[in-house]
Design a protein around this ligand. Structure first.
Ligand code: ZN
Ligand code: ZN
Length: 446
């Protein structure tokens, strides 16, 4: 039994400690709301690097850009360590893609090849057969599909949390595979997006040996194709898709760490993905996430005292073509994952955070007063937190999620229209404030 005065001392010092954490969290929040550091990061990445398809020369420039950004912060004593970890994958690239109706009403259509699509090797032409969704293609008679171009015209619904994406994204992954099984010569899908602009949405399909040529039509082009089909005359379409795949691609996860003062082996991991599709400049996907998590960590690293546990920021390589960087990280750090206290990724644009999810009630209780001041409500247990966190979550790492309003996210996602003007500077600051508060408290939990 400890003497009474010592117990009292411990009691008062723990009150003082949580008061301290509270004051520091409030200060971080205020600082985030007045700093334009996050904006500078996303402005710099999208301007000086631009599109950065994994494995390309542009992706290498992105890695160099990130190293420079984080090294500068390390030299200012904001981070203790910056390092690279290699990630290997095949490099898939588009070269050109064209679609035109030959008959009955000749006209061009706007398409973009899907990631891991095959090439047509010159222009091919065939009759189009349409399906409302994937199950109806799966149920179709092979004789009706063989030799044709399959077209799946399933719209995606707008939803604050992006729930519509999960409902239709299987079409993008599987259309080419199922079409090939039925003997089709190519697959077209309606873009996985919520806009009505003439920008087709890129995105990965499942990687297979000898894939069919597969592409997404912009939403207005999908509507146009459907109207022509509704005339009930055979629709002949010409398709010219040229892509390439090259083995032995390489990129790097770029990692910076603030070492914990009590136990540096225990880690709160936050991050985003550095790569982007090639059509836009990757501002909302995921330049915003890079800015949010790096700026939040920089605020924590600039405090006079290190947090109890380490804060590790990871800019993942090649998320877009199948979370290659995240899988490499989970493999390389397999034995340390039980030391990861929390993991979370920002990969849903720059819309404001509206809800905080975590199974850790202590963290929630400490964070909520600060988050409420940012118009963020308390949610339930976190069920997911960004695609790159999935392998960590599956390995048992606890996650948290700062849920963003993604009402317009899929208007721009993976299109040529994903550019800096879609990032709202005020929302970006609110995100950084929320991430700084939660990450700081998570790294200081007893
Ligand atoms: Zn993303
Ligand atoms: Zn993406």
């Amino acid at each position: 039994m400890l003497p009474r005065y010592l117990l009292l001392l411990l009691f008062f010092s723990s009150v003082a400690l949580s008061d301290n954490l509270n004051d520091t969290a409030a200060m971080l929040r205020e600082k985030a709301l007045t700093s334009d550091q996050g904006w500078q990061i996303v402005e710099s990445l999208t301007t000086e690097v631009g599109p950065r398809l994994a494995g390309t020369a542009a992706d290498k420039r992105a890695v160099n850009w990130a190293v420079e950004l984080l090294e500068q912060a390390r030299e200012a004593n904001v981070f203790d360590r910056v390092w690279l970890e290699p990630v290997r994958f095949p490099i898939w690239q588009r070269h050109h893609e064209r679609a035109r109706v030959i008959s009955p009403y000749p006209q061009p259509l706007k398409i973009t090849a899907l990631g891991y699509s095959g090439s047509t090797d010159g222009e091919i032409s065939a009759q189009v057969i349409a399906f409302p969704d994937l199950p109806s293609l799966q149920a179709a008679d092979e004789a009706a599909v063989a030799g044709k171009i399959v077209f799946i015209n399933q719209p995606m619904f707008r939803h604050r949390e992006g729930a519509g994406y999960g409902e239709v994204v299987a079409v993008r992954y599987a259309a080419g595979i199922v079409a090939k099984q039925k003997g089709a010569v190519a697959a077209l899908i309606r873009s996985i997006g919520t806009d009505s602009h003439r920008f087709p949405h890129a995105g990965a399909s499942s990687r297979v040996e000898e894939p069919l040529p597969a592409a997404a039509l912009s939403a207005p082009d999908a509507d146009q194709l459907q109207r022509i089909l509704d005339r009930n005359e055979p629709l002949i379409l010409a398709l010219d898709i040229s892509v390439s795949e090259q083995a032995d691609g390489e990129s790097h996860n770029v990692i910076a760490q603030i070492d914990g003062r009590v136990d540096a082996q225990k880690i709160v991991l936050i991050g985003a993905h550095l790569d982007s599709w090639d059509l836009g400049t990757g501002a909302i996907d995921d330049g915003a996430g890079v800015a949010i998590t790096v700026a939040a960590a920089q605020l924590i690293g600039a405090l006079p005292q290190r947090p109890r546990y380490s804060v590790r920021v990871i800019l993942f390589a090649n998320e877009e073509q199948g979370i290659w960087g995240a899988k490499a990280y989970a493999r390389a750090h397999r034995d340390e994952l039980k030391q990861h206290l929390f993991a979370s990724e920002s990969d849903f644009g720059a819309g404001p955070v509206w809800r905080f999810d975590s199974a850790n009630q202590v963290l929630k209780d400490m964070a909520m007063p600060h988050l409420a001041a940012l118009n963020i409500e308390e949610g339930g247990d976190a069920s997911r937190s960004g695609p790159d966190i999935k392998p960590l979550q599956e390995a048992g790492v606890p996650i948290f999620q700062l849920k963003q309003d993604g009402m317009d996210y899929f208007d721009y996602h993976h299109t040529a229209d994903d550019t800096l003007d879609k990032v709202d500077a005020g929302s970006l600051k609110q995100n950084i404030a929320a991430w700084a508060v939660v990450t700081f408290l998570a790294a200081n939990l007893e």
